[in-house]
Design a protein around this ligand. Sequence first.
Ligand code: TEU
Ligand code: CA
Length: 545
Amino acid sequence: METPWWKSAVFYEIYMPSFCDGNGDGIGDFAGIVSKLDELQELGVEGLWLTPFYLSPKVDNGYDIADYTTIDPDYGTMVDFDTFIREAHDRGFKVIVDLVLNHTSVEHPWFKESRSSQTNPKRDWYIWKDPVEGDVPNNWESFFGGLAWEYDESTGQYYYHAFAKEQVDLNWANPDVRTAMKEVMGFWLDKGINGFRLDVINFLKVSGEFLDNPYDAAGEQQHVHDKDQAGILDAIAEICAYVHEREGAFMVGEIGSEDMDVLSRYSGKGLLDVVFNFNLGSQETFSFDRLYTELQKMEEVHASDQVPTLFFSSHDMPRHISRFGDGNPELEEKRAKLIATLMLTAKGVPFLYYGDEIGMRDFVAETIEDMRDVQGLTAYQLALANGKSSEEALHMANAKCRDKSRTPMQWTEEKFGGFSDAEPWIGMGPQHRLLNVRAEKQRPDSIYQFYRKLIALRRRHPALYGGYYALMERREDTLLYVRRAAGEEALVALNFGAKTLALSSGLRIAGNPYLALSNYRETAEDFGSFILRPYEAVVWISETN
Ligand code: TEU
Ligand code: CA
């Protein structure tokens, strides 16, 4: 059997409103993306993941869909979408689209019908419950803060929403919902897309008993009854069977779980191709011990037919360069290149987040008027309601706010970063006149140039994406692993610590290894006496026959 395309692809996440504005209204769109496809080809990525672009009131930037088969006018028209697909395919890209199956916008016609009366045929498409003693049905909390139940005056029942109250959870126990969603998936497959990124796919089912969720010692609610419920795999298997009928269609599921055993249930034969594992890349500050432990767990748990995912930033997470940063730009760049090397050469499917290739830094809202994210704004309102001052509330909101990594892509040193001629919908990231594609193309040792070299190297060497992988060992804060494919072997050494290490003793690699990549300018090219300097990343490769 031919190896599926996604096993060797480097994916690139495009946050729709922030990548490139083609019509000068300050919001990214399809025309803008098309104008940057050559740039992406130069970078070398192959899989493009687009965040939701469907008709939406955008309470949560499109993760609240009002019509699954219409393009939101902010992003263009269906003609623009078709042009994008054609232009992308002409350049050899694969396109995956982000689909939100768990919930719709309150403005979706299905919900409008559902809420119109208790006897409406679509009533059961959503999760409605009677009040219990004049109050909410149970204690379930929304992931954005506050309770997950909203009272509907006109019909006297509560509806369930795991996220914002404008994002209503569908009832996946109802077979009509499944059928409707399969039709949606078929619609986009017919349009030529190559797969889906499935939003919060482990949330599709909630416990039928609606028992209260417990709390941990710190008073945090544990989401025991509202995700990963019995029957969830049947629902996922049903949509996977449907999608996998199409040649090469790929499915990555977003599963938030700290438990690797839970995570690993969702992928494999008849199920999702891969799932996002947040535990590797989402640590708040950098810890090598934690990184090493997570890599070990990934090795132990993933069965042989399962492939992990590798990512350290996304539209829901602060950027890793800022999160792991210490204010020293030189060290931050070195560490970003270490992370890049790990992401692109360890076992797994890498997902690069737009802007990380130029070291874009996090944005922090200075006033509440600058804040856009519903999670941040909800935290602000809740803090005020709890009697906090507006200053304290802003501080608390910023801790939750996901705007940090959502600022416009920085193409040039111009006022709006070459993203748009008009004021963008969200503030510009810090230092954008310095950190941009144009400037970094001119600097030989920039993060951008490193990514370009690294991706090209990976494409040339199957050992770096396929074949054998062994997490060898750690020495101090250095991670070592070997990769092997027919005719070649690679050794990757990543020093996450500030100490210089002499490494040659005991390290073995077949053939005559040559230094294929380093994040330092001058590196000794003799494997026999190789030394790893602080924060150095190196890849040695040798031909073995
Ligand atoms: O994210 C789900 C999710 O788990 C996050 O919202 C997470 O709870 C939060 O970001 C923690 O800071 C997906 C999408 O990626 C996200 O953008 C959406 O807001 C969410 O689903 C609802 O559709
Ligand atoms: Ca636009």
